[in-house]
Design a protein around this ligand. Structure first.
Ligand code: BGP
Length: 465
């Protein structure tokens, strides 16, 4: 059976500046560059971001490979620490300007539409040290200055812009669960950081509307959506799932698309004494500057049950796990290497949720993918990784997505994480996700079986199942 996708569907893949470029000629360090300098043992096999997949040096060859696997669109991010020389004034680093101009031109010359994101966890460490990073509203304004430079420099050729990738990961990783530097545990700060990230996004949207001259230009945000399913019909489990959806999903979805925070979430945070500080003017900016397009990263759902209030959750001033516990549902399918559940139907649920509750805004799958360790074990005698598991994973997700599109959801594309195996936040090169393998010792890049398969799907705009 053949599943036909809408005309003009974006078939692509996503990466980010800090995970692909390497630190070559980069004047400033971001928080991950710094973390690796001070704590290399926190990174898998002590591999840091210095080389990544060498995109800074090999972007031409890499883009050629991207073309060979059929991509008609590619997302990457502009590194604040590469483009900007002085963060206060947003003066430019010419080498960074030249590099991003070259990348954008090279993508276009290969008929690949650039999707450009501005923040992918890569806050300049200097702004953390001086101001507390996203805890500070001054940093919000500095981000907008950086964004303005990007819109003005590249907006003539870039039409698809995104403010943040997965802001919730900054909140969770840096301020609650200690999986990203600086590993603070502070619920009140976490809530304020979530607000400041939203404010930065909305202010950047406002700036975009002011300076954009590209008639096709549009701007959005990329959110990691994790539909949260209750463990049972028990009202206490349902209540827990409702909170998890508010916390993981609606906290950015609602203000970004509807211009307002969910009243229920605001009430809970207020009652708990951790509501963010926001002025009337800031709330008005959020209200007026909603996005044009939504990117959705989908890897796994959440399974939740009523909380078993443990001393751990009370040890700190506030923790969202006060309201839910993770539920290890018996028999669920897992990607053991990454520890994430595989549940393609959630993508259909997302498609319907966006259609029914968010005005059927244009959206696309901005990341989806399967991280696998030791992929060299799956190479055939010619060195091609036989990643049938990835092909099946993509097929299953596309099938659910297609069902959502058939039912009217306005999904305009599907991007795999990632085109070429790249470096990751502390996982380094443990899990490989790409259509194209990267030997990190030799930097030799080889198309995997999934890359050849995807080219057929993209060229025909059709999935054969
Ligand atoms: C997403 C991030 C990506 C990427 C991906 C895979 O959350 O946006 O940057 O890293 O997850 O995660 P990991 O590499 O940790 O397995």
């Amino acid at each position: 059976m053949n599943l036909q996708f809408p005309n003009g569907f974006s078939w692509g893949a996503a990466t980010s500046g800090p995970q692909s470029e390497g630190r070559f000629n980069k004047k400033h360090a971001n928080v991950f560059d710094h973390w690796f300098e001070v704590e290399p043992e926190s990174f898998h096999n002590q591999v840091g971001p210095d080389v990544a997949s060498n995109f800074y040096n090999s972007y031409k060859e890499d883009i050629k490979l991207m073309k060979e696997v059929g991509l008609n669109s590619v997302r990457t991010s502009i590194q604040w620490t590469r483009l900007i020389d002085d963060f206060e004034t947003a003066t430019l680093n010419q080498d960074g300007v030249d590099f991003y101009n070259n990348v954008i031109d090279e993508l276009l010359a290969n008929d690949i539409k650039p999707f450009i994101n501005l923040h992918h966890f890569d806050l300049p460490v200097e702004l953390y040290d001086k101001y507390g990073g996203w805890e500070s509203k001054h940093v919000v304004d500095l981000f907008v200055k950086f964004a303005e430079q990007c819109f003005k420099l590249f907006g003539d050729r870039v039409s698809e812009w995104f403010t943040h990738n997965e802001p919730m990961v900054v909140v969770d990783g840096q301020y609650l669960y200690q999986f990203h530097y600086p590993k603070v545990v502070d619920g009140k700060k976490a809530v304020q950081v979530a607000f400041n990230l939203q404010l930065a996004s909305s202010k950047a949207v406002a700036k975009f509307k002011e300076v954009n001259t590209n008639p096709d230009g549009r701007i959005g945000i990329i959110l990691n959506l994790t539909p949260s399913y209750p463990a049972s019909d028990d009202p206490a489990d349902q209540k827990a799932a409702n909170f998890a959806n508010l916390w993981f999903n609606q906290i950015f979805l609602d203000p970004s698309i509807l211009g307002e925070y969910p009243a229920e979430l605001v009430e809970i945070l207020e009652n708990d004494g951790v509501l963010f500080e926001a002025t009337k003017e800031e709330l008005a900016i959020i209200k007026e500057n909603t996005i044009d397009i939504l990117g959705v990263n989908f890897y796994h759902p959440h399974r939740v049950k009523q909380p078993d209030v443990s001393p751990d959750s009370l040890r700190f001033n506030w923790m969202p796990v006060k309201y839910f516990d993770n539920y290890d549902m018996p028999g669920r399918r897992m990607n053991i290497d990454r520890g994430w559940e595989i549940y393609p139907k959630a993508l259909y649920d997302i498609a319907i949720n966006v259609k029914e509750n968010y005005g059927n805004i244009a959206w696309f799958v901005a990341e989806n993918g399967m991280g696998v360790s030791n992929e060299e074990l799956f190479q055939d005698e010619t060195g091609v990784v036989q990643d049938d598991y990835r092909i099946n994973f993509i097929k299953e997700h596309l099938t659910e997505l297609h069902k959502g599109i058939e039912e009217g959801s306005n999904c305009i594309g599907y991007h795999l994480w990632t085109p070429i195996d790249c470096w990751s936040w502390s996982n380094a090169y443990k899990n490989r996700y790409g259509f194209i393998a990267n030997n990190i010792h030799t930097q030799v890049k080889t198309i995997k079986k999934s890359g050849h398969w995807f080219k057929d799907v993209a060229d025909n705009n059709t999935l054969e199942i």
